[in-house]
Design a protein. Structure first.
Length: 169
């Protein structure tokens, strides 16, 4: 009978050891889980704030001086900002973030210069002052980067791509 008790004690010790290891793993996973929950909460709040700002018509795009050419990093995927690269020969609207692409495509299709208030409904936004001002900001950014021209104040056309920075292509 002594050997049976000894066997049970060995098994009990082995299980205690595994339980202790699992408890350590759980503790480590709990720390990691809490860190990821905190990160998720911060990202959620940031996204909600950006959505609120965008709904109010505040431009949440990256602001880059026109003298700086921006190239997206990591296969063109940029998180949290929308980059508008400087136009060069061979570039198309497909090289732009979706909302900028839509704006350029609308202006390309227009027979005459277009105002921001005419573009807003064509890109699927409500004709609200905040949306018009946000679009006007994007139009100005596209002018700065050489994608569009501002023929007269508030009138935009695609003729800018014929010359960039005043020099012939």
């Amino acid at each position: 009978m002594g050997s049976l008790i000894g066997e049970l004690e060995e098994r009990q010790a082995a299980v205690r050891s595994r339980v202790a290891e699992l408890e350590q793993e759980i503790a480590a996973l709990t720390v990691r889980l809490e860190a990821e929950r905190n990160r998720l909460e911060r990202l959620t709040v940031t996204r909600e704030t950006l959505d609120e700002l965008a709904a109010e018509g505040v431009a949440v795009d990256a602001v880059v001086p026109p003298s700086v050419e921006v190239e997206p990093v990591g296969g063109g995927r940029v998180v949290g900002v929308q980059t508008v690269t400087v136009w060069r020969e061979g570039r198309t609207s497909a090289d732009l973030p979706p909302v900028y692409r839509d704006i350029v495509d609308v202006i390309d299709d227009a027979p005459d210069p277009v105002q921001a208030k005419q573009i807003v409904p064509r890109i699927g936004l409500p004709a609200q002052t905040s949306k018009i001002e946000g679009t006007r900001s994007k139009l100005k950014r596209l002018v700065e980067r050489g994608w569009l021209a501002e023929e007269r104040p508030g009138l935009f056309t695609s003729s800018a791509r014929r010359t960039v920075s005043g020099s012939p292509p």
